[in-house]
Design a protein around this ligand. Structure first.
Ligand code: SF4
Ligand code: SF4
Length: 269
């Protein structure tokens, strides 16, 4: 996922052409692609990846693997803080083998297919996040950028973004990616002061979105509910629904770290 901040869509196409390559795809554009086990490149795309996981990816994967969010993070990810960034990136840790394969790749294909991350669903389309400063809106932009070794784009099945999203069951992933991007964008400014992202507040912020089991425990078993009024629908669902916990976590970051007004929670008087 690339973050592009500009006021003009034509700037995005120039950015793509000048640097990362690919073709910007709009709602009415089409692209040709088909992936199936008979292609000569089968599974070549599932190795040696710099693979960024969004919070919702982690929820789906840890549920699939029947792990706690903490165990998933520990076992399957590397967490890095890039210079000039105020929130860590979570990378899927590739297997320790010569080809650095995805840990979920088997000879038969992907063993977490139904819960594969957003990047895998979108492939060979990549996402950028377009922030329209005039409208204060974040939305996804899409560009078609299969790697050279991918044979799928020589096949003759035609897609629009909408038909591809439906085929890959990616609509909810798209929504969650945009919601997370709006929070992640806030971290272009430092909310931690001298503490940095490894301080107390930084650890809390990370837990709020990437460690949903721990954040649920914090919400239900600390003084959180005495200090904050949580919307009643959310309060009921937070006990059993990871997505509700994530939405609460994102709202809490907006309010607690950035002083923004949110619908989900208010400070009790
Ligand atoms: S490289 Fe392309 S065609 Fe080959 S398996 Fe991956 S997505 Fe399919
Ligand atoms: S999660 Fe599945 S589809 Fe995605 S890279 Fe790993 S094996 Fe491939």
């Amino acid at each position: 996922m690339k973050f592009i901040e500009t006021g003009d869509l034509s700037e995005i196409q120039s950015y793509i052409q000048s640097g990362i390559g690919g073709r910007l795809i709009g709602a009415s554009d089409t692209f040709e692609f088909r992936c199936h086990p008979e292609v000569s490149c089968f599974n070549l795309c599932c190795r040696n990846l710099n693979f960024f996981l969004n919070p919702y990816d982690v929820i789906r994967l840890k549920q699939n693997l029947k792990l706690s969010s903490e165990d998933f993070i520990e076992k399957h990810t590397d967490i890095i803080v890039r210079p000039g960034h105020y929130f860590p990136d979570v990378l899927l840790r590739m297997a320790d083998n010569a080809e650095k394969t995805c840990p979920f790749l088997t000879e038969a294909g992907c063993r977490v297919y139904l819960d594969r991350p957003h990047t895998c669903r979108a492939f060979p389309v990549e996402h950028g996040l377009y922030y329209d400063a005039r409208k204060h809106q974040t939305r996804l932009v899409h560009f078609f950028r299969p790697p050279d070794f991918c044979q799928g784009w020589h096949e003759k099945t035609s897609w629009t973004l909408a038909s591809w999203e439906a085929d890959q069951q990616a609509a909810f992933y798209n929504q969650m990616t945009v919601q997370w991007a709006e929070v992640a964008r806030l971290f272009q400014n430092d909310p931690f002061g001298g503490e940095g992202p490894n301080g107390q507040k930084g650890k809390m912020a990370f837990m709020a979105v990437y460690n949903t089991d721990a954040f649920r425990d914090f919400v239900l078993n600390s003084s959180f509910l005495k200090r904050y009024k949580v919307k009643s629908q959310l309060r009921v669902k937070v006990k059993s629904d990871d997505v509700t916990v994530l939405k609460l976590g994102m709202a809490w970051i907006r309010m607690f770290l950035f002083g923004l007004k949110v619908d989900e929670i208010t400070l009790k008087k």
